[in-house]
Design a binder for this molecule. Structure first.
Ligand code: ZN
Length: 256
């Protein structure tokens, strides 16, 4: 997460054949005998909504990745009482029918609407006023960087589509870079303890496979094993905790 703490993202459990035996769930195997199935359970909960807020949000509120944003584009009319503005905004909404788009035609001021759309994390804001209408253009504003881009109404659908993809990619890359910048390596126990204490984030270290070392690390540092990645690195020959031969590289970290 943004503050360097780990968050368990989903649950995964190996049930073996325990439930299958309790509920009599069987199948005929290729040797023609009945066997109990083995089951796993994978769960994804509302905790991930918290993860999105913590990983991407900023001081102005939510920043939602375009692919999961309920509203991807908010059109804000400028001087909407002027003739033709609201109609033009509705036209633009139709041009953007491939996306999830709303027009904020409430009586609130444009500034208020800008802030609200930012707070709600809407990835792209479209501003359109009399001068834009005259020039056949609109201003796109990115939620993630606040960058403003003036585009022609002739190809606004294409521009918005490209921008949403760019925001999605940039947000992912930023979060990944943040994670990588806060991932450290420890080869000795002293180094491990010092890193966990001083640098919020993940620590990569070798482990012997013994539960006792996991327990000791947790007790002394409050860091826990977070992940044993498929892509292993050989950082050292010995366990960071006990010094016995290492079998796996593990990501460790303090978690919520
Ligand atoms: Zn060990």
């Amino acid at each position: 997460m943004h503050d360097g703490k780990a968050l368990q993202s989903a649950t995964s459990h190996n049930f073996g054949d325990g439930f299958a035996k309790a509920f009599g769930i069987q199948y005929t195997d290729k040797d023609n005998t009945l066997k109990y199935v083995h089951q796993t359970s994978w769960g994804l909960s509302t905790r991930l909504i918290g993860a999105i807020i913590m990983a991407h949000g900023d001081d102005n509120g939510l920043v939602l990745p375009p692919r999961i944003a309920p509203t991807q584009v908010m059109i804000v009319p400028i001087q909407q009482k002027k003739e033709g503005i609201l109609e033009k905004c509705m036209e633009v909404k139709d041009m953007l029918s491939n996306f999830s788009v709303k027009v904020d035609d409430s009586d609130k001021s444009p500034g208020w609407k800008f802030s609200e759309s930012e707070m709600r994390g809407i990835p792209v804001r479209v501003e359109l006023g009399p001068k834009d209408m005259e020039a056949n253009q609109a201003v796109l504003v990115r939620r993630d960087t606040h960058e403003k881009i003036t585009v022609s109404l002739d190809n606004i659908a294409e521009e918005v589509g490209t921008l949403l993809e760019t925001i999605q990619k940039d947000m992912f890359e930023r979060a990944k870079a943040h994670r990588e910048a806060h991932t450290y390596v420890a080869r000795t126990f002293d180094e491990f303890v010092k890193t966990v204490e001083e640098k919020p984030g993940f620590v990569k270290a070798m482990w012997c496979g013994d539960r006792a070392c996991e327990d000791k690390i947790k007790e002394l540092t409050t860091a826990t094993s977070r992940c044993m990645p498929f892509e292993q690195e050989h950082l050292a020959d010995t366990c960071v905790c006990c010094g016995k031969p290492a079998v796996k590289m593990v990501y460790w970290g303090k978690a919520y």
